[in-house]
Design a protein around this ligand. Structure first.
Ligand code: F6P
Length: 464
Protein backbone atom coordinates (compact mmCIF):
# COMPACT_ATOMS: atom_id res chain seq x y z
CA UNK A 1 0.00 0.00 0.00
CA UNK A 2 1.42 3.40 -0.94
CA UNK A 3 2.30 5.87 1.82
CA UNK A 4 0.04 8.84 2.50
CA UNK A 5 1.61 12.29 2.71
CA UNK A 6 -0.73 15.02 3.91
CA UNK A 7 0.15 18.64 3.29
CA UNK A 8 -1.73 21.43 5.05
CA UNK A 9 -0.86 24.98 5.97
CA UNK A 10 -0.90 24.36 9.70
CA UNK A 11 0.20 21.06 11.20
CA UNK A 12 -1.34 20.18 14.53
CA UNK A 13 0.82 17.55 16.26
CA UNK A 14 -0.76 15.70 19.12
CA UNK A 15 0.25 17.02 22.49
CA UNK A 16 -0.70 15.05 25.58
CA UNK A 17 -3.36 13.17 23.64
CA UNK A 18 -5.14 16.38 22.61
CA UNK A 19 -5.52 17.67 19.10
CA UNK A 20 -6.13 21.29 18.14
CA UNK A 21 -9.83 21.95 17.52
CA UNK A 22 -11.09 22.55 13.97
CA UNK A 23 -12.45 20.38 11.21
CA UNK A 24 -9.30 20.25 9.15
CA UNK A 25 -7.05 19.26 12.06
CA UNK A 26 -9.40 16.57 13.36
CA UNK A 27 -10.10 15.22 9.86
CA UNK A 28 -6.47 15.07 8.77
CA UNK A 29 -5.35 13.49 12.03
CA UNK A 30 -7.95 10.75 11.77
CA UNK A 31 -7.14 10.21 8.11
CA UNK A 32 -3.49 9.61 8.97
CA UNK A 33 -4.05 7.62 12.15
CA UNK A 34 -5.61 4.73 10.19
CA UNK A 35 -2.61 3.73 8.06
CA UNK A 36 0.10 6.14 9.14
CA UNK A 37 2.09 8.56 6.99
CA UNK A 38 3.60 12.02 6.94
CA UNK A 39 1.90 15.31 7.89
CA UNK A 40 3.82 18.22 6.40
CA UNK A 41 3.35 21.97 6.87
CA UNK A 42 3.87 25.08 8.98
CA UNK A 43 4.61 24.72 12.71
CA UNK A 44 2.78 27.97 13.54
CA UNK A 45 6.01 29.85 14.41
CA UNK A 46 6.95 33.16 12.77
CA UNK A 47 10.42 34.65 12.35
CA UNK A 48 12.20 31.34 11.81
CA UNK A 49 14.35 30.01 9.00
CA UNK A 50 12.28 27.51 7.00
CA UNK A 51 14.16 24.44 8.18
CA UNK A 52 12.25 21.20 8.54
CA UNK A 53 12.02 19.33 11.85
CA UNK A 54 10.71 15.78 12.25
CA UNK A 55 8.75 14.37 15.15
CA UNK A 56 7.06 10.97 15.23
CA UNK A 57 4.14 9.93 17.36
CA UNK A 58 2.59 6.51 16.76
CA UNK A 59 2.49 5.86 13.05
CA UNK A 60 2.47 9.56 12.06
CA UNK A 61 5.59 11.55 11.25
CA UNK A 62 5.10 15.29 11.62
CA UNK A 63 7.43 17.30 9.39
CA UNK A 64 7.11 20.97 10.17
CA UNK A 65 8.88 24.22 9.45
CA UNK A 66 8.63 27.85 10.57
CA UNK A 67 7.98 30.84 8.34
CA UNK A 68 10.03 34.03 8.04
CA UNK A 69 8.18 37.25 8.89
CA UNK A 70 7.84 38.33 5.21
CA UNK A 71 6.64 34.84 4.22
CA UNK A 72 4.05 34.87 7.00
CA UNK A 73 2.87 38.38 6.13
CA UNK A 74 2.57 37.81 2.41
CA UNK A 75 1.48 34.19 2.21
CA UNK A 76 -0.66 33.63 5.34
CA UNK A 77 -1.81 37.01 6.66
CA UNK A 78 -1.94 38.67 3.25
CA UNK A 79 -2.97 36.68 0.20
CA UNK A 80 -4.50 33.65 2.00
CA UNK A 81 -6.48 35.46 4.68
CA UNK A 82 -7.00 39.00 3.38
CA UNK A 83 -7.65 38.13 -0.30
CA UNK A 84 -8.72 34.51 -0.79
CA UNK A 85 -10.64 33.92 2.46
CA UNK A 86 -13.05 36.89 2.11
CA UNK A 87 -13.63 36.33 -1.61
CA UNK A 88 -14.26 32.59 -1.19
CA UNK A 89 -16.79 33.53 1.53
CA UNK A 90 -18.57 36.04 -0.75
CA UNK A 91 -17.16 39.09 1.09
CA UNK A 92 -15.50 40.93 -1.79
CA UNK A 93 -16.15 44.12 0.20
CA UNK A 94 -13.68 42.92 2.86
CA UNK A 95 -10.98 41.72 0.46
CA UNK A 96 -7.81 43.59 -0.41
CA UNK A 97 -5.18 42.64 -2.94
CA UNK A 98 -1.45 43.25 -3.24
CA UNK A 99 0.65 41.80 -6.06
CA UNK A 100 3.59 41.55 -3.70
CA UNK A 101 1.55 39.33 -1.37
CA UNK A 102 0.42 37.15 -4.27
CA UNK A 103 4.04 36.65 -5.32
CA UNK A 104 4.88 35.82 -1.70
CA UNK A 105 2.07 33.24 -1.65
CA UNK A 106 3.46 31.60 -4.81
CA UNK A 107 7.00 31.78 -3.41
CA UNK A 108 6.02 30.01 -0.16
CA UNK A 109 4.16 27.28 -2.07
CA UNK A 110 7.28 26.72 -4.20
CA UNK A 111 9.49 26.68 -1.10
CA UNK A 112 7.23 24.12 0.63
CA UNK A 113 7.32 21.85 -2.44
CA UNK A 114 11.13 22.04 -2.48
CA UNK A 115 11.32 21.14 1.21
CA UNK A 116 8.99 18.19 0.74
CA UNK A 117 10.67 16.74 -2.37
CA UNK A 118 13.63 14.97 -0.66
CA UNK A 119 11.23 13.15 1.68
CA UNK A 120 9.13 11.62 -1.08
CA UNK A 121 9.09 8.07 -2.42
CA UNK A 122 7.90 7.47 -5.99
CA UNK A 123 4.67 5.74 -4.98
CA UNK A 124 3.65 8.16 -2.21
CA UNK A 125 0.17 9.64 -2.50
CA UNK A 126 0.02 13.36 -1.74
CA UNK A 127 -3.15 14.90 -0.27
CA UNK A 128 -3.07 18.70 -0.14
CA UNK A 129 -5.56 20.67 1.98
CA UNK A 130 -7.18 24.06 1.61
CA UNK A 131 -6.86 27.47 0.00
CA UNK A 132 -3.37 28.29 1.28
CA UNK A 133 -1.95 25.61 -1.02
CA UNK A 134 -3.81 25.93 -4.33
CA UNK A 135 -0.60 26.13 -6.45
CA UNK A 136 1.24 23.43 -4.48
CA UNK A 137 0.83 20.71 -7.13
CA UNK A 138 1.99 23.09 -9.87
CA UNK A 139 5.12 23.79 -7.80
CA UNK A 140 5.64 20.03 -7.38
CA UNK A 141 5.23 19.36 -11.10
CA UNK A 142 7.84 22.03 -11.85
CA UNK A 143 10.25 20.12 -9.64
CA UNK A 144 9.51 16.93 -11.58
CA UNK A 145 7.38 15.32 -8.87
CA UNK A 146 5.13 12.90 -10.77
CA UNK A 147 3.27 11.36 -7.80
CA UNK A 148 -0.49 11.32 -7.58
CA UNK A 149 -1.59 14.56 -5.94
CA UNK A 150 -5.09 15.35 -4.72
CA UNK A 151 -6.49 18.62 -3.37
CA UNK A 152 -9.38 19.11 -0.98
CA UNK A 153 -10.97 22.52 -0.44
CA UNK A 154 -12.44 22.85 3.05
CA UNK A 155 -14.11 26.21 2.36
CA UNK A 156 -16.81 27.14 -0.20
CA UNK A 157 -15.90 27.51 -3.87
CA UNK A 158 -17.71 30.67 -5.03
CA UNK A 159 -19.44 31.33 -8.34
CA UNK A 160 -17.37 32.43 -11.34
CA UNK A 161 -18.59 36.05 -11.03
CA UNK A 162 -17.29 36.23 -7.46
CA UNK A 163 -14.10 34.25 -8.07
CA UNK A 164 -12.99 36.50 -10.90
CA UNK A 165 -12.66 39.28 -8.31
CA UNK A 166 -9.31 37.67 -7.41
CA UNK A 167 -7.07 39.79 -9.66
CA UNK A 168 -4.68 37.00 -10.77
CA UNK A 169 -7.52 34.46 -10.92
CA UNK A 170 -6.50 32.72 -14.14
CA UNK A 171 -2.85 32.57 -13.21
CA UNK A 172 -3.78 31.02 -9.88
CA UNK A 173 -6.77 28.81 -10.53
CA UNK A 174 -5.32 27.17 -13.64
CA UNK A 175 -2.87 25.54 -11.21
CA UNK A 176 -5.76 23.46 -9.86
CA UNK A 177 -5.54 21.54 -13.16
CA UNK A 178 -2.16 20.19 -11.99
CA UNK A 179 -3.90 17.98 -9.43
CA UNK A 180 -5.19 14.52 -10.34
CA UNK A 181 -8.27 15.04 -8.24
CA UNK A 182 -9.86 18.20 -6.79
CA UNK A 183 -12.38 17.59 -3.99
CA UNK A 184 -15.17 19.80 -2.66
CA UNK A 185 -17.57 19.77 0.27
CA UNK A 186 -20.79 20.09 -1.74
CA UNK A 187 -22.19 19.62 -5.23
CA UNK A 188 -22.72 23.41 -5.50
CA UNK A 189 -18.99 23.94 -4.93
CA UNK A 190 -18.09 21.33 -7.54
CA UNK A 191 -20.50 22.83 -10.07
CA UNK A 192 -19.10 26.32 -9.47
CA UNK A 193 -15.60 24.98 -10.08
CA UNK A 194 -16.66 23.19 -13.26
CA UNK A 195 -18.34 26.37 -14.47
CA UNK A 196 -15.16 28.36 -13.81
CA UNK A 197 -12.99 25.80 -15.63
CA UNK A 198 -15.29 25.82 -18.67
CA UNK A 199 -15.83 29.58 -18.86
CA UNK A 200 -12.49 31.02 -17.78
CA UNK A 201 -10.02 28.26 -18.67
CA UNK A 202 -11.75 27.04 -21.86
CA UNK A 203 -12.10 23.63 -20.23
CA UNK A 204 -14.09 20.68 -21.54
CA UNK A 205 -16.09 18.02 -19.72
CA UNK A 206 -15.38 14.50 -21.01
CA UNK A 207 -17.95 11.76 -21.44
CA UNK A 208 -16.28 10.00 -18.48
CA UNK A 209 -16.89 13.09 -16.31
CA UNK A 210 -13.25 14.15 -16.30
CA UNK A 211 -12.17 17.72 -17.01
CA UNK A 212 -9.62 18.82 -19.55
CA UNK A 213 -8.14 22.29 -19.33
CA UNK A 214 -4.74 23.98 -19.63
CA UNK A 215 -3.31 20.85 -21.24
CA UNK A 216 -4.27 18.63 -18.30
CA UNK A 217 -6.87 15.95 -17.75
CA UNK A 218 -8.14 15.60 -14.18
CA UNK A 219 -11.18 14.95 -11.99
CA UNK A 220 -13.35 16.93 -9.61
CA UNK A 221 -15.58 15.29 -7.01
CA UNK A 222 -17.71 15.84 -3.91
CA UNK A 223 -16.47 14.48 -0.56
CA UNK A 224 -18.37 16.02 2.36
CA UNK A 225 -16.23 15.93 5.48
CA UNK A 226 -17.93 14.14 8.34
CA UNK A 227 -17.54 13.17 11.98
CA UNK A 228 -17.37 9.86 13.86
CA UNK A 229 -20.84 9.94 15.49
CA UNK A 230 -20.23 7.07 17.94
CA UNK A 231 -16.94 8.57 19.20
CA UNK A 232 -18.70 11.88 19.81
CA UNK A 233 -21.58 10.21 21.61
CA UNK A 234 -19.10 8.37 23.86
CA UNK A 235 -17.26 11.63 24.61
CA UNK A 236 -20.52 13.38 25.47
CA UNK A 237 -21.53 10.41 27.66
CA UNK A 238 -18.23 10.50 29.48
CA UNK A 239 -18.35 14.20 30.32
CA UNK A 240 -18.65 14.36 34.05
CA UNK A 241 -18.21 18.10 34.50
CA UNK A 242 -20.94 20.16 36.00
CA UNK A 243 -23.58 21.65 33.76
CA UNK A 244 -21.98 24.99 32.82
CA UNK A 245 -24.87 27.31 33.46
CA UNK A 246 -26.45 25.97 36.57
CA UNK A 247 -28.43 29.15 36.89
CA UNK A 248 -32.00 28.56 37.91
CA UNK A 249 -34.99 30.74 37.51
CA UNK A 250 -36.65 32.31 40.54
CA UNK A 251 -39.02 29.31 40.58
CA UNK A 252 -36.08 26.92 40.78
CA UNK A 253 -36.41 25.63 37.19
CA UNK A 254 -33.25 24.91 35.20
CA UNK A 255 -32.81 27.48 32.45
CA UNK A 256 -32.82 26.30 28.83
CA UNK A 257 -29.65 26.89 26.82
CA UNK A 258 -28.82 27.64 23.23
CA UNK A 259 -25.20 27.00 22.25
CA UNK A 260 -22.96 28.27 19.44
CA UNK A 261 -19.28 27.52 18.85
CA UNK A 262 -17.32 29.32 16.15
CA UNK A 263 -13.84 30.60 15.42
CA UNK A 264 -14.23 34.38 15.73
CA UNK A 265 -14.68 35.14 12.03
CA UNK A 266 -16.93 37.52 10.06
CA UNK A 267 -18.11 34.59 7.92
CA UNK A 268 -19.78 32.96 10.95
CA UNK A 269 -22.69 35.41 11.22
CA UNK A 270 -22.22 36.16 14.92
CA UNK A 271 -23.48 39.74 14.81
CA UNK A 272 -26.64 38.65 12.99
CA UNK A 273 -27.08 35.82 15.52
CA UNK A 274 -26.81 38.15 18.53
CA UNK A 275 -29.29 40.57 16.99
CA UNK A 276 -31.67 37.71 16.17
CA UNK A 277 -31.43 36.55 19.79
CA UNK A 278 -32.28 40.05 20.96
CA UNK A 279 -35.34 40.04 18.66
CA UNK A 280 -36.32 36.61 19.97
CA UNK A 281 -36.32 37.90 23.56
CA UNK A 282 -38.29 40.96 22.48
CA UNK A 283 -40.93 39.09 20.47
CA UNK A 284 -41.29 36.19 22.88
CA UNK A 285 -40.97 37.78 26.34
CA UNK A 286 -42.14 34.54 27.96
CA UNK A 287 -38.63 33.15 27.32
CA UNK A 288 -36.93 35.95 29.25
CA UNK A 289 -35.16 34.67 32.37
CA UNK A 290 -35.79 31.11 31.16
CA UNK A 291 -33.08 30.88 28.49
CA UNK A 292 -29.41 31.64 28.00
CA UNK A 293 -27.28 31.76 24.87
CA UNK A 294 -23.70 30.51 25.28
CA UNK A 295 -21.43 31.70 22.49
CA UNK A 296 -17.93 30.20 22.50
CA UNK A 297 -15.79 32.18 20.04
CA UNK A 298 -12.01 31.68 20.30
CA UNK A 299 -10.17 34.53 18.60
CA UNK A 300 -8.44 33.88 15.32
CA UNK A 301 -6.12 35.66 12.84
CA UNK A 302 -5.95 38.59 15.23
CA UNK A 303 -3.34 40.44 13.18
CA UNK A 304 -5.67 40.70 10.16
CA UNK A 305 -7.54 44.04 10.21
CA UNK A 306 -10.99 42.66 9.39
CA UNK A 307 -10.75 40.23 12.33
CA UNK A 308 -9.92 43.03 14.74
CA UNK A 309 -12.93 44.95 13.41
CA UNK A 310 -15.42 42.07 13.80
CA UNK A 311 -14.15 41.42 17.33
CA UNK A 312 -14.83 45.04 18.33
CA UNK A 313 -18.24 44.94 16.71
CA UNK A 314 -19.16 41.77 18.59
CA UNK A 315 -18.07 43.22 21.90
CA UNK A 316 -20.36 46.17 21.23
CA UNK A 317 -23.34 44.03 20.22
CA UNK A 318 -22.89 41.54 23.10
CA UNK A 319 -22.64 44.44 25.56
CA UNK A 320 -25.72 46.01 24.00
CA UNK A 321 -27.84 42.84 24.30
CA UNK A 322 -26.84 42.18 27.91
CA UNK A 323 -26.93 45.86 28.89
CA UNK A 324 -30.48 46.14 27.59
CA UNK A 325 -31.94 42.86 28.78
CA UNK A 326 -29.90 41.40 31.65
CA UNK A 327 -31.00 41.66 35.25
CA UNK A 328 -29.40 41.03 38.63
CA UNK A 329 -30.43 37.38 38.46
CA UNK A 330 -30.14 36.72 34.72
CA UNK A 331 -27.49 37.12 32.02
CA UNK A 332 -29.09 36.34 28.62
CA UNK A 333 -25.84 36.07 26.62
CA UNK A 334 -22.56 34.46 27.71
CA UNK A 335 -19.85 35.43 25.23
CA UNK A 336 -16.49 33.67 25.72
CA UNK A 337 -13.35 34.26 23.63
CA UNK A 338 -11.71 30.99 24.57
CA UNK A 339 -11.51 27.46 23.25
CA UNK A 340 -12.64 24.52 25.33
CA UNK A 341 -11.36 21.00 25.60
CA UNK A 342 -13.15 18.66 23.23
CA UNK A 343 -14.81 16.52 25.88
CA UNK A 344 -16.16 19.61 27.65
CA UNK A 345 -17.54 20.89 24.38
CA UNK A 346 -19.32 17.63 23.61
CA UNK A 347 -20.70 17.66 27.16
CA UNK A 348 -22.03 21.17 26.60
CA UNK A 349 -23.63 20.13 23.33
CA UNK A 350 -25.37 17.29 25.16
CA UNK A 351 -26.92 19.60 27.73
CA UNK A 352 -27.88 22.44 25.36
CA UNK A 353 -31.50 22.44 24.17
CA UNK A 354 -30.64 24.18 20.91
CA UNK A 355 -27.51 24.24 18.72
CA UNK A 356 -27.33 27.49 16.77
CA UNK A 357 -25.13 27.16 13.69
CA UNK A 358 -25.88 30.17 11.51
CA UNK A 359 -22.86 31.18 9.39
CA UNK A 360 -23.26 33.60 6.48
CA UNK A 361 -21.10 31.16 4.46
CA UNK A 362 -19.28 28.01 5.48
CA UNK A 363 -17.61 25.16 3.63
CA UNK A 364 -19.17 22.48 5.86
CA UNK A 365 -19.29 23.44 9.57
CA UNK A 366 -18.55 20.37 11.63
CA UNK A 367 -20.03 21.96 14.77
CA UNK A 368 -23.46 21.30 13.25
CA UNK A 369 -22.63 17.60 12.89
CA UNK A 370 -20.97 17.38 16.29
CA UNK A 371 -23.96 18.98 18.01
CA UNK A 372 -26.31 16.36 16.54
CA UNK A 373 -23.97 13.43 17.29
CA UNK A 374 -23.58 14.53 20.93
CA UNK A 375 -27.32 14.43 21.67
CA UNK A 376 -29.11 12.02 23.95
CA UNK A 377 -31.29 9.90 21.57
CA UNK A 378 -34.05 9.71 24.18
CA UNK A 379 -34.31 13.48 24.55
CA UNK A 380 -32.40 15.21 21.74
CA UNK A 381 -31.92 18.94 21.30
CA UNK A 382 -32.74 20.84 18.10
CA UNK A 383 -30.28 22.08 15.49
CA UNK A 384 -30.96 25.51 13.93
CA UNK A 385 -28.82 25.61 10.80
CA UNK A 386 -27.99 28.23 8.18
CA UNK A 387 -28.85 27.34 4.62
CA UNK A 388 -25.41 28.72 3.70
CA UNK A 389 -23.44 26.09 5.64
CA UNK A 390 -22.28 23.10 3.58
CA UNK A 391 -23.81 20.89 6.31
CA UNK A 392 -27.32 22.06 5.26
CA UNK A 393 -26.93 19.94 2.10
CA UNK A 394 -26.99 16.83 4.29
CA UNK A 395 -28.90 17.94 7.39
CA UNK A 396 -32.20 18.98 5.86
CA UNK A 397 -34.00 17.79 9.01
CA UNK A 398 -32.53 20.68 11.01
CA UNK A 399 -34.54 23.91 11.29
CA UNK A 400 -33.04 25.62 8.26
CA UNK A 401 -32.76 29.42 8.48
CA UNK A 402 -31.51 32.34 6.45
CA UNK A 403 -29.00 34.14 8.71
CA UNK A 404 -29.80 37.50 7.05
CA UNK A 405 -33.38 37.22 8.30
CA UNK A 406 -33.22 38.19 11.98
CA UNK A 407 -36.92 37.74 12.66
CA UNK A 408 -36.92 34.38 10.85
CA UNK A 409 -34.07 33.23 13.10
CA UNK A 410 -35.91 34.51 16.19
CA UNK A 411 -38.96 32.47 15.14
CA UNK A 412 -36.78 29.38 14.67
CA UNK A 413 -35.32 29.80 18.18
CA UNK A 414 -38.83 29.91 19.62
CA UNK A 415 -39.94 26.91 17.57
CA UNK A 416 -36.86 24.92 18.58
CA UNK A 417 -37.43 25.58 22.28
CA UNK A 418 -41.08 24.53 22.05
CA UNK A 419 -40.63 21.52 19.78
CA UNK A 420 -42.39 18.38 21.06
CA UNK A 421 -40.25 15.35 21.93
CA UNK A 422 -41.62 13.22 19.05
CA UNK A 423 -40.66 15.78 16.43
CA UNK A 424 -37.23 16.32 18.01
CA UNK A 425 -36.60 12.56 17.90
CA UNK A 426 -37.72 12.23 14.28
CA UNK A 427 -35.46 15.06 13.16
CA UNK A 428 -32.56 13.73 15.22
CA UNK A 429 -32.87 10.22 13.77
CA UNK A 430 -33.05 11.59 10.25
CA UNK A 431 -29.88 13.63 10.82
CA UNK A 432 -28.07 10.71 12.46
CA UNK A 433 -28.74 8.60 9.35
CA UNK A 434 -27.07 11.31 7.27
CA UNK A 435 -24.10 11.50 9.66
CA UNK A 436 -23.62 7.74 9.51
CA UNK A 437 -23.93 7.63 5.71
CA UNK A 438 -21.09 10.14 5.26
CA UNK A 439 -18.79 9.91 8.27
CA UNK A 440 -15.15 10.90 8.53
CA UNK A 441 -13.94 7.49 7.33
CA UNK A 442 -16.10 7.75 4.21
CA UNK A 443 -14.61 11.20 3.49
CA UNK A 444 -11.06 9.87 3.64
CA UNK A 445 -11.71 6.50 1.99
CA UNK A 446 -13.75 7.86 -0.91
CA UNK A 447 -11.27 10.63 -1.66
CA UNK A 448 -8.22 8.36 -1.51
CA UNK A 449 -9.97 5.60 -3.48
CA UNK A 450 -10.75 8.05 -6.29
CA UNK A 451 -7.24 9.51 -6.19
CA UNK A 452 -5.78 6.04 -6.57
CA UNK A 453 -8.30 4.99 -9.25
CA UNK A 454 -7.96 7.98 -11.52
CA UNK A 455 -4.33 7.19 -12.16
CA UNK A 456 -1.37 9.37 -12.65
CA UNK A 457 -1.60 12.94 -13.73
CA UNK A 458 -2.21 13.11 -17.45
CA UNK A 459 -0.70 15.78 -19.66
CA UNK A 460 -2.80 16.02 -22.81
CA UNK A 461 -0.82 18.62 -24.71
CA UNK A 462 2.88 19.36 -24.70
CA UNK A 463 2.70 22.97 -23.54
CA UNK A 464 0.39 25.41 -21.77
O1 F6P B 1 -11.33 25.50 7.79
C1 F6P B 1 -10.67 26.58 7.26
C2 F6P B 1 -9.35 26.87 7.96
O2 F6P B 1 -8.72 27.95 7.36
C3 F6P B 1 -8.38 25.71 7.97
O3 F6P B 1 -7.59 25.63 6.81
C4 F6P B 1 -7.61 25.99 9.20
O4 F6P B 1 -7.02 24.83 9.74
C5 F6P B 1 -8.64 26.56 10.15
O5 F6P B 1 -9.57 27.20 9.33
C6 F6P B 1 -8.06 27.51 11.19
O6 F6P B 1 -7.50 28.65 10.57
P1 F6P B 1 -6.08 29.23 10.93
O7 F6P B 1 -5.06 28.17 10.65
O8 F6P B 1 -5.91 30.43 10.05
O9 F6P B 1 -6.11 29.57 12.38
Amino acid sequence: MSRLVVISNRVAPIREGKIAAGGLAVGVYDALRQNGGIWFGWNGEVGQKPETACESAGNITYVTLGLSKPDYNEYYRGFSNATLWPIFHYRIDLARYSREEYLGYRRVNAMLAEKLKPLLRPDDILWVHDYHLIPFAAACRQLGIGNRIGFFLHIPFPTTEVLTAVPPHRDLFQTLCDYDLVGFQTESDRMAFQDYVCRELDGLIGTDGSLTACGRNFRAGVYPIGVMPDDIRRLADSYRGRRPMIGRTAEGKLRKTLISVDRLDYSKGLVERFLAYEQFLEHYPEHRRNVELIQIAPTSRTDVKTYRAIRKQLETVAGHVNGRLADLDWMPLHYLNKSLERRTLMGLFRTANVGLVTPLRDGMNLVAKEYVAAQNPADPGVLVLSRFAGAAHELGAALIVNPYDCLGMAEAMDRALRMPLEERKERYEDMMRALRAADLNAWRDNFLRDLRTFGRHRVVTASR
